[in-house]
Design a protein around this ligand. Sequence first.
Ligand code: CP
Ligand code: NVA
Length: 309
Amino acid sequence: MKGNGVRHFLDLSEIPAEELRRVLDFSKDLKARRKAGEVDRPLAGKTLAMVFDKPSTRTRVSFDLAMRQLGGETIMLTGQEMQLGRGETIADTARVLSRFVDAIMIRILDHDDLTELAKHATVPVINGLTRISHPCQVMADVLTFEEHRGNITGRSVAWTGDANNVLASWVHAAQRFDFSLKVATPKELSPRQALKDFVKRTKAKVKFMRDPEEAVEGVDCVVTDTWVSMGDKEAERRHNLLKPYQVNRSLMARADKEAIFMHCLPAHRGEEVSDEVMDGPQSVVFDEAENRLHAQKGILAWCFNAAGD
Ligand code: CP
Ligand code: NVA
């Protein structure tokens, strides 16, 4: 968030816990109303610019639909089509877009580019994924957890695999929503120091470890993600290091018997997750994908200050 009243959605670690809870409440309410056939148009007359410097299926479709279903409009832009691709600065791009649109959602790998955009924009900026974090995803994940297992506060989640952008937002969520998170990664692919410092500073209930079996023991939810994120190199080395971290039936059997399995998708079946878990009764991955839509609505309503104030 910024002093001049603009509500950016850049990282869960920057937004107070009670505000995040309000975003979730908006999401739940707007989802229920939509399912009941009600039409809400709180964003009529508003336009969201969606800037994609990297591919996307869920983030793109869900933000587009969320705006339309709330009465607003979108403009879809890709880095290469814009003058950004020819060297116009991020700061000038922010100044120009702010004169045209009411909010900007951007997927760009360099997190500094995101913060630079937000610094110079006079409209809300939403993080649609960087190398460092993916906060919109984890809002949908928390929503999904709560639909299946009740309030996430005080509950337990395990992450097994690469310490990537999605994991970072899970760590932030654990602190903000006050649940425990056990994170199993190979030493060579362990979390950034800044994330470890965040855990230490905030006393979040997050434990970093090596052993995936220890991490999932008795938890309410098991989460993983791809072994090779956008921008990652050395795919073969990553595969070799991460093979023992696959979520399969025997690993899931160590979690609570009511545990759910989540994955932000796209999944690489047979790599980070087996088919039997992806398609099994504990998997809620497609509810999670659908909830991107409902979570984006809550985020947009919050950024536009368009619900419940
Ligand atoms: N989970 C997620 O962000 O998916 P997309 O890359 O398809 O947007
Ligand atoms: N960690 C993945 C998430 C994709 C939605 C990536 O950054 O590619």
